[in-house]
Design a protein around this ligand. Structure first.
Ligand SMILES: [Zn+2]
Ligand SMILES: [Zn+2]
Length: 98
């Protein structure tokens, strides 16, 4: 089933000048079980999901001019971030409506 999920990346992204590692989530604490993601193997602990979860038409564009990914973060805030982790775009859902 998880293999049917469309991938966001055609090629492994780089972080800290090294190819990131593709792994699958094990924890189900947030309903994220079985999601593929890339992680930095060098140690900066960056993590980018390799799926289209939360990336929808109408989301704000990040600085790379792509649709951002919306996700629930700490304290149940809905945050939009660069879907591919290439820029430091960050927008709270509240800001969208102000
Ligand atoms: Zn890194
Ligand atoms: Zn971006």
């Amino acid at each position: 089933m998880a293999d049917q999920v469309p991938r966001l990346f055609n090629h492994a992204p780089h972080c800290c000048d090294v190819k990131m590692d593709r792994r699958q989530t094990q924890s189900n604490s947030k309903g994220n079980i079985g999601r593929w993601y890339y992680t930095c193997v060098v140690g900066c602990r960056r993590m980018i999901f390799d799926d289209w979860e939360g990336i929808r038409d109408g989301n704000p564009l990040c600085r790379c001019r792509h649709l951002s990914r919306g996700q629930v973060e700490r304290d149940d805030f809905y945050i939009f971030r660069c879907a591919r982790g290439r820029c430091d775009f960050k927008e709270n859902e509240k800001d969208v409506w102000l």
